[in-house]
Design a protein around this ligand. Sequence first.
Ligand SMILES: [Zn+2]
Length: 221
Amino acid sequence: MNTNVRYEFKLLTASYAKEFVEKKFTPGMDSGDWSMRDSETGLIYICPRPNASFDIRPDWRVIKAEHICVCDGEGNLVEDNGFLPTVELPMHLAIYKARPEVNAIVHSHPLYSSAFAVTGEDIPFLLAEQGLFLGGSTRCAEYGLVGSTDLGEKIVAALEGGRKAALLRNHGAVVLGKDLEEAFIVSDFLEHGAYVAYMAKQVGKPIELSMDNILDPGLEL
Ligand SMILES: [Zn+2]
């Protein structure tokens, strides 16, 4: 038993299961995953892998603290709770390694973001909140195989420039945050931006914004 493992972080990670399903971040009940990093110990708390031999039904709402896997920054499990981590662990590890300021990751499969992901198109920068919360447009990464280290490297490349989100080509989306609360909020902004961009393309030609053209420079925040 690793004494650095904190039960409250397992509880916190598991507590987002209901929200993940209700926000339709997964088309069924078990696609996508999320994780958090303890900034003090570097330990990563991450969703388990659904498997018929485990007691996890294909429904993320049943995830509880005891299902959450805990590993170090290299992906080594620090305790045996009888579950394997999500197959996307290599992607989570690659992002945490590349982005020390990030302590939470949400990997979702939401409808409109996925529409951009399957065309390989970036989500254009059309709304102020995309600039404020996502760093502007959201790039679509090059295609990578599910669960591969290669996919992680391609996502890290698409996140360059301090971006908070990227699309996984023909797959879904990933959003970063300083904690799980922020990563879940920003995941909403990502999907809303994708939805508006999709609708705007039906109405006419979307007008793109730039980062220096959002806030009044005299505004106090
Ligand atoms: Zn996925």
